[in-house]
Write a protein that binds this ligand. Structure first.
Ligand code: AGV
Ligand code: CA
Length: 488
C-alpha cells in the first residue's frame, strides 16, 4: 500500500517525506513474529456487550495470552451487574481463579443509561447462570479495581494497596478451577515478565496506577492496548455541548487520556474508530457462529452479540461494531491488523472537543495521495503546486494533484500563521513546520474557536507523544479469525 508507492517517490516535499517515514512502517501481513509464549494480560473492561465477547476471545487462546486479572469500570454498564456477569462467564468456562474487581473511579461524562442497562441482557443468559447469588458473593474482591491493577503490576505488596488479591484469587479458585498454567492468579507468579493491559473502556484505571505508582508501575507495563480514540475519522459522541470529534471511551474520562499520553515511556497501541468502523457486528457473523454452536465459546459469543444485532434495523447508519473484540484480536494475532508506528499525537482533555485524539500527521490515505501527486508533478516536468484544484492545469496533473492541492489548502492557514510569527513575509520558501510548531498552532487555533464560541472553561491539552495506531483491518480476515478462535 502506501509503503510501496512512497518508496517509488524520490522527491516528495519535505513535509510529506516526514509523513512517509511513518507510513512506511505499516506492518504488512505476515511481517510480525508470532508470540512465542503466552503474555500476561490484565483485562480492563467496562461491561459493554462487546466487552464480554472480548473476554471470550482472550480466554480462548491460552497459548497466546494468560489473563491474570480483570478490572471493571462503571462506564458502559451497571457495574454491579457487570461484575456478576464477568464472574459467571469465568465460572462457566472454568476460569474462576482469575481475580475480578470493580474500580471505584467515576465518570467525567457518563454513558447514556440505555447503553449501561444492556449488561442485564447478558447477565440473565441461562447459559451462564448455574451459580446462585449466594455462591457469587464470596467471589467478589473487596479490593478496588484500580488497586487490583496496581497489585497485579507491582506484586502483592503494592504500597497503599489492600494486598488481598492473592487471597481472593485463592477464594475464587473454586472447585471448577481449570487453571492450566499453574498461575496463582494474581500475576505475581515469580517471573518478572511485564504485563500487557488490554483496556476496552476508559483509561481511568491505567491513569490511576501511573499517577499513584509512577515509574515503578510504568516499568511493569509491557504495552497498553486501548480501544479508544478517533484519529482521522469523526468520533461517536453525540452529546449536547460536544463537537462530535471524540470516541466514547475517551470522552468518559478525558483527563485520564491526557495522563496516559503524558507517559511516553509506556508503549501505547490505540485501536481507534478508524479501524473499528470496518467491523460491524452483522447478522451473518452471528449466523456463522450459530453454525458452529457446538463449540461453547461460539454459542456464548453468538448469543451475547445477538443482543445488539437488531441495530442493523434500528440504526442502519450506526450499527454496533466489534470495537473491543477487534482490539483483542489484534493482540492475539498481530499480523491481522495494519499499524502505523510512532504517530505523534495528543489528546484534548477539556472543552467542546474533550476526548478528541489528534494526530499530527495527515492520514495514510492523504499522505499516499500527496506522495503520488509529488511523483506525478515531478514526472510532468516539476511544475508542482502552481495550479488551482479545478483548473486545466490540475486536470493535466491528475486526481492526485487535486488531492494534494486540497491538503495544501488545509495547511495554508497554519503555514501563514507560522510565517507571520517568524515575520518572514511572503515570497520566500515556506519552512516545514516542526511537530511542536504544528501542535502549538493547532492548540492556538482550537483555543481561538473555543473562545469564539464563548465557552467558559479552558481548553486543556495533553502532552504530545508517539503512539502505535491500528489504522486498518480487513473485515473478512477479522471475522474469520474470530470464528476460528472461538472453536473452543
Ligand atoms: O466507543 C466504543 C466503546 C467500546 O469500548 N463503547 C462500546 C464498546 O464497548 C462505547 C459505545 C459507543 N457507542 C455505543 C457504545 C453504543 N451505541 N452502545 C453502547 N456502547
Ligand atoms: Ca467497552
Amino acid at each position: 500500500m502506501a509503503c510501496e508507492s512512497s518508496h517509488r517517490t524520490r522527491q516528495a516535499a519535505a513535509f510529506f517525506a516526514a509523513t512517509c517515514l511513518i507510513i512506511c512502517q505499516v506492518l504488512k501481513p505476515g511481517a510480525s513474529a508470532r508470540i512465542s509464549r503466552p503474555r500476561k494480560v490484565i483485562f480492563d473492561h467496562d461491561g459493554g456487550i462487546d466487552d464480554y465477547v472480548t473476554l471470550l476471545l482472550l480466554l480462548s487462546a491460552p497459548d497466546r495470552v494468560r489473563v491474570v486479572g480483570i478490572t471493571i469500570l462503571d462506564a458502559d454498564c451497571r457495574v454491579e451487574l457487570a461484575w456478576n456477569t464477568t464472574l459467571k462467564l469465568l465460572h462457566t468456562l472454568g476460569h474462576g481463579h482469575i481475580p475480578v474487581a470493580v474500580s471505584s473511579l467515576t465518570a467525567v461524562n457518563a454513558f447514556p443509561d440505555p447503553w449501561r442497562n444492556s449488561v442485564l441482557s447478558v447477565d440473565v443468559l441461562p447459559l451462564i447462570n448455574d451459580l446462585t447469588q449466594e455462591e457469587l458473593a464470596p467471589l467478589r474482591l473487596a479490593t478496588p479495581g484500580e488497586e487490583l491493577m496496581a497489585q497485579l503490576l507491582l506484586g502483592r505488596g503494592a504500597p497503599g494497596g489492600g494486598g488481598d488479591a492473592a487471597a481472593a484469587a485463592a477464594a475464587a479458585g473454586d472447585n471448577n478451577n481449570n487453571n492450566h498454567h499453574g498461575n496463582d492468579g494474581d500475576g505475581d507468579d515469580g517471573d518478572d515478565e511485564p504485563i500487557t493491559i488490554v483496556a476496552t473502556g476508559p483509561l481511568s484505571n491505567v491513569a490511576y496506577v501511573l499517577r499513584k505508582y509512577g515509574a515503578a508501575a510504568a516499568a511493569r507495563i509491557r504495552e497498553v492496548w486501548w480501544m479508544g480514540g478517533a484519529m482521522w475519522v469523526g468520533g461517536n459522541v453525540v452529546e449536547p455541548g460536544h463537537d462530535g470529534s471524540a470516541e466514547w471511551n475517551a470522552y468518559w474520562d478525558p483527563p485520564a487520556v491526557g495522563e496516559v499520553w503524558g507517559w511516553p515511556s509506556v508503549p501505547l497501541v490505540v485501536v481507534p474508530l478508524d479501524a473499528t468502523n470496518a467491523v460491524p457486528v452483522t447478522p451473518e457473523l452471528i449466523y456463522r457462529l450459530g453454525r458452529q454452536a457446538r463449540y461453547r465459546y461460539s454459542a456464548l459469543a453468538g448469543t451475547v452479540w445477538s443482543r445488539v444485532v437488531t441495530w442493523v434495523y434500528d440504526r442502519p447508519n450506526e450499527p454496533y461494531y466489534a470495537w473491543d473484540t477487534l482490539t483483542a484480536a489484534c493482540v492475539l494475532q498481530p499480523d491481522l491488523c495494519e499499524k502505523l508506528y510512532d504517530v505523534q499525537s495528543y489528546a484534548v482533555v477539556a472543552g467542546a472537543s474533550q476526548g478528541r485524539t489528534v494526530p499530527l500527521a495527515p492520514s495514510p490515505e492523504a499522505a499516499e495521495a500527496a506522495a503520488e501527486a509529488a511523483a506525478a508533478a515531478e514526472g510532468a516536468g516539476g511544475a508542482k503546486g502552481s495550479c488551482a484544484a479545478a483548473s486545466p492545469c490540475a486536470e493535466q496533473h491528475g486526481a492526485g494533484e487535486v488531492q494534494r492541492r486540497r491538503m495544501e489548502a488545509e495547511e495554508a492557514d497554519m503555514r501563514a500563521a507560522l510565517r507571520e510569527e517568524a515575520s518572514e513575509g511572503g515570497g520566500g520558501a515556506v519552512a516545514v513546520p516542526s511537530l511542536p510548531q504544528q501542535q502549538q498552532h493547532l492548540q492556538q487555533k482550537q483555543k481561538q474557536s473555543h473562545q469564539e464560541r464563548g465557552e467558559a472553561e479552558e481548553v486543556v491539552w495533553s502532552a504530545t507523544r508517539g503512539v502505535t495506531v491500528v489504522n486498518h483491518v480487513d473485515a473478512e480476515a477479522f471475522y474469520a479469525f474470530v470464528l476460528q478462535a472461538l472453536r473452543v
